[in-house]
Design a protein around this ligand. Structure first.
Ligand SMILES: Cc1cc2nc3c(=O)[nH]c(=O)nc-3n(C[C@H](O)[C@H](O)[C@H](O)COP(=O)(O)OP(=O)(O)OC[C@H]3O[C@@H](n4cnc5c(N)ncnc54)[C@H](O)[C@@H]3O)c2cc1C
Length: 428
């Protein structure tokens, strides 16, 4: 079967939905094809007995591109912002007050007197660092150069980990890490109802704007034709044989997904070969009550652990209950963690939690971000695929702005701008 549209969007995660809405509002006929039965991709939320689990711990960075783009689309983002209350550093299996401000730094037994002085100096200085000037260095090199004491270095590294999701300081680019650290200091928000609320709102806006959304539609290839100087897209072909003819195709998902649609394309295969995904293990627990209501957050210092009671700030659990995310940032070639290891973290933060479990889910190796940024973001591919006219990519590994969902939505916005400019130029 052959169909015709202006733009095909492959994938119905946040990036695909956002770009589809923007283009359709600009007057384009847009068809969005999603291989799963449900929309959302990694922004999926599962509900069990009133507990709402995101796919691992998710937070919107308040000063980031995701918030900017979602605001521009009038997508509601209700929820709460953690302010550091009930926070601990976890080291050698013990909780210590988190040095989050001047008073907690003075009080904590995490660092000695000289360590506290150095920690205070490094953290204050970090907000003033010009991240761009660190290009070409790894985070490890920056830490070794700027932090003398090993006990301080591991605490500072833990703050970088929670800001970037990356446990691999040897590989992570220092300029990217520092910029993301500075962004994270502006605060984050956990969303009432979970990230599927964003998906629901975007899907509603897609419908209003006239986007044709097709579920269970796996795209098998991008159809190209060779021009005199350059290849150009003609559309896509689905696994069931349906063909969509279009003047532009926007592909979302991982580099591997893009490369699967363009067999024989060496440039795209090169992107896939080059990237190293950022992975995490996740344990999500719905409790009927919190054994220690004042212990809300723990950040591993000697191990790459994270635990947070997201329901303390956002509506994610029934009245009186609690929804807790525990995660391990995977690095150094590790692709999975064991459930017992993550349960051990909760044993320290919330002893006795096992007696109150209503529901629980363990996911050993999630892909948080498709590419660990080892170089400045300007060197990431796309969003325009230069060697195939009419082809664009959107995702958390694309374009020159942001990490995680910020990169996805910034690249979606850039594609909308590029396609709008081209349409404007043609009309003129
Ligand atoms: C554990 C975890 C924690 C995270 N925490 C945060 C956080 O705190 N803050 C933050 O900003 N981000 C976070 N993220 C990242 C965020 O979830 C993603 O960056 C964002 O959801 C990616 O959206 P996307 O549209 O680019 O890709 P995806 O969500 O991966 O969507 C791609 C879609 O394309 C579809 N697709 C692929 N190939 C095809 C095909 N051939 N045909 C049809 N459909 C196809 C897929 O089914 C999928 O639905 C986290 C992710 C994880 C896993």
């Amino acid at each position: 079967m052959k169909k015709k549209t202006d733009v095909v969007v492959v994938g119905g995660g946040l990036g695909g939905l956002a770009v589809a809405v923007m283009l359709a509002r600009g007057g384009r006929k847009v068809t969005l094809l999603e291989k799963s039965r449900h929309l959302g991709g990694r922004a999926h939320t599962t509900e069990v007995e009133g507990y709402r689990f995101n796919l691992g711990p998710h937070a919107l960075y308040l000063g980031g591109a995701a918030v900017r783009v979602l605001e521009s689309l009038a997508v509601p983002m209700q929820g709460g912002c953690p302010r550091g209350e009930g926070s601990f550093a976890l080291k050698n299996g013990h909780l210590h007050s988190m040095p989050a401000g001047a008073v907690s730094l003075l009080m904590t037994d995490l660092l000695g007197a000289a360590g506290k002085l150095e920690f205070g100096r490094v953290m204050t200085g970090l907000s003033r660092v010009d991240a761009e000037r660190l290009e070409g260095r790894s985070l490890r090199e920056w830490l070794d150069e700027h932090v003398t004491r090993a006990e301080v270095r591991e605490v500072v590294a833990a703050f970088f980990r929670v800001s970037t999701y990356c446990a691999d300081a040897n590989a992570l680019a220092a300029d990217v890490a520092v910029a993301q650290f500075q962004l994270a200091r502006k605060g984050v928000r956990y969303l009432d109802g979970g990230w599927s609320e964003l998906v629901k709102a975007l899907a509603g806006k897609a419908k209003e704007a006239g986007v044709e959304v097709v579920g269970s539609a796996r795209v098998e290839s991008v159809v190209r034709e060779e021009g005199a100087t350059q290849a150009r897209v003609r559309g896509v072909q689905l696994a069931d044989g349906t063909e969509y003819e279009a003047e532009a195709v926007v592909v979302t998902g991982a580099p591997r997904d893009v490369s699967a649609l363009l067999p024989g394309d060496e440039v795209v295969a090169g992107w896939e070969a080059e990237v190293k995904p950022v992975k995490a293990a996740s344990l999500e627990v719905g409790l009927s009550k919190l054994p220690r209501p004042r212990a809300l957050f723990a950040l591993g210092v000697d191990r790459p652990w994270y635990a947070s009671v997201h329901s303390a700030w956002a509506k994610l659990a029934p009245e009186g209950g609690a929804m807790v995310h525990v995660a391990k940032y995977l690095g150094g070639g590790e692709t999975e963690a064991s459930e017992g290891e993550l349960e051990g973290v909760l044993d320290v933060l919330q002893p006795g939690w096992r007696e109150h479990v209503v529901t629980k889910r363990f996911l050993p190796g999630l892909t948080v971000m498709n590419a660990l940024p080892t170089k400045s973001l300007e060197r990431r591919p796309g969003p325009r695929v230069e060697h195939v006219r009419g082809l664009y990519v959107v995702g958390d590994w694309v374009g020159s702005e942001g990490l995680l969902a910020d990169a996805t939505l910034a690249s979606a916005e850039t594609v909308w701008r590029l396609l709008s400019t081209e349409a404007g130029a043609r009309a003129a």
